[in-house]
Write a protein that binds this ligand. Structure first.
Ligand code: UGA
Length: 431
């Protein structure tokens, strides 16, 4: 099929590259000329394992192209997918649909076909497909019949290519013609396909992210009970997760969730609830526990430090909100570093790919490797569970530090082992 994908940010770019890999003819469109120039050369603007390879491969095979802006080219395609950003509105936490609206208008104005399938791919509030349909009708001068679908993506950053090719399920919503087109688009992917109306498809995405965030916040709340009672959250959740009705995933305690999805989608579903005057307390609790969890971590740092943090050198390992990504949006590292600076600490950071230079500029030191970061440090804080940190030479770390103390926000080390090596070691919900 010939697919026109509007918006080559994270979602759009992975979708474009993977659909081309499946054999479709894909054009990715964006309003940012610099991004398009880079992509045309096969350069990937984001860090995502395996993505650059398939972009290059499919450009060479002639299946993947890029262009700036929507124009009459759209008439050569079987389907347009809307994958533009839906940032969170500062005022009320709802998703801002300005770019979705603009895209629908431009598609409508350029479309000369008798009928055309338009699919929403971005994560959006429930009812957005209906608004897309209305907008397409208002701005189309040629009476095209539009078939509107909703096909939210469920990729995890860092695993996006394999998640796209081997998903747990594909969510297909919309009217009949849109559903049929989407089933054809994904026929080579052998996974369950849930076919429903557009509103349910839109809600599945928000509900799934909320349920996952709920599990993480519930686990973190339980980890605080472990902290004060001496129970071990790892053993507790192993036992809990063995109940087949619960299952073992997303039960890892830590310094809280981050990224562009959980924080935004929990706020978005909360604001939908609020809009219809429904009880929002469960959403409020998930959000509140997550932000309190960062403070809980800071409290541990405070307690382990001698007297005060003022003028003390503190090392931070891990800036990205999770491993295998350079994404620091809503990352715990940002709140923790802000707090360290407020307390007057000197902060040295290391992350294998991410940086926070735009936020903190010269106020903190970005180090070239993890050992440079811990040099003469009075505490090491771990905020992302990168594999290199798990494999670190802790003997070398101990020798480099002024005071060998670790506050591990991701529970990556065995407490017995590191304490035996002579570290003072504090983690999340583990004695
Ligand atoms: C999430 C969902 O997992 C995807 O299915 C979804 O498509 C995506 O959002 C999206 O809406 O686009 P992502 O944000 O990439 O994916 O990251 P996750 O791997 O889900 O992790 C989210 C956060 O939860 C991370 O900060 C992670 O450290 C934290 N987490 C996860 C925990 O603290 N404990 C856990 O047990 C699991």
């Amino acid at each position: 099929m010939k697919i026109f994908i509007v918006g080559v940010g994270y979602v759009g770019l992975v979708t474009a590259a993977c659909l081309a890999e499946l054999g479709h003819q894909v054009t990715g469109v964006d309003i940012d000329p610099d991004k398009i120039k880079k992509l045309e050369k096969g350069e990937c603007p984001i860090y995502e394992p395996g993505l650059e390879e398939i972009i290059k491969k499919n450009i060479q095979a002639g299946r993947l192209k890029f262009q700036i802006g929507i124009n009459e080219e759209i008439n050569k395609f079987d389907m347009a997918m809307i994958a533009v950003g839906t940032p969170e509105r500062e005022s009320d936490g709802r998703a801002d649909l300005f770019y979705v609206g603009e895209t629908a208008r431009h598609i409508a104005q350029n479309c000369r076909k008798k009928d055309f399938v338009v699919v929403g791919k971005s994560t959006v509030p429930i009812g957005t497909a209906t608004q897309i349909r209305e907008s397409l009708a208002v701005y189309n001068p040629r009476k095209t019949t539009f078939h509107v679908g909703s096909n939210p993506e469920t990729l995890r950053e860092g695993n996006a290519v394999s998640d796209f090719m081997n998903p747990d399920r594909i969510i297909i919503g919309g009217d009949k013609k849109a559903q049929e087109a989407l089933l054809k688009l994904y026929e080579k992917i052998d996974s369950p396909k849930i076919v429903t109306n557009a509103r349910s498809a839109e809600m599945i995405k928000l509900a799934a992210n909320f349920m996952l965030a709920l599990r993480v916040s519930a686990t973190n709340m339980l980890s605080r009970i472990c902290d004060v009672t001496g129970a071990d959250i790892e053993a507790v959740m192993e036992g809990v997760g063995m109940d087949k009705r619960i299952g073992p995933k997303f039960l890892k305690a830590g310094v809280g969730y981050g990224g562009s999805c959980f924080p935004k989608d929990t706020k978005s579903i909360r604001s939908i609830s609020d809009h219809y005057r429904l009880d929002t307390s469960i959403f409020d609790a998930v959000i509140e526990i997550n932000s309190e969890q960062r403070k809980w971590f800071c409290q541990k740092v405070d307690e382990i430090t001698l007297f005060t943090l003022k003028n003390k050198k503190i090392a931070v390992w891990g800036l990205a909100f999770k491993p295998d990504t350079d994404d620091t949006r809503e990352a715990p590292s940002i709140d923790v570093i802000k707090w360290l600076l407020e307390e007057g600490a000197e902060v040295s950071v290391f992350d294998p790919v991410a940086n926070v230079k735009k936020i903190f500029s010269k106020k903190i030191k970005h180090c070239r490797d993890m050992y440079e970061a811990v040099d003469k440090a009075e505490a090491l804080l771990i905020l992302t569970e990168w594999e290199v940190f798990k494999q670190a030479d802790l003997k070398k770390v101990k020798e480099a530090m002024l005071v060998p103390k670790i506050v591990d926000g991701r529970n990556i080390y065995d407490p017995k082992v590191v304490r035996k090596m002579g570290f003072e070691y504090v983690s999340m919900g583990r004695p």
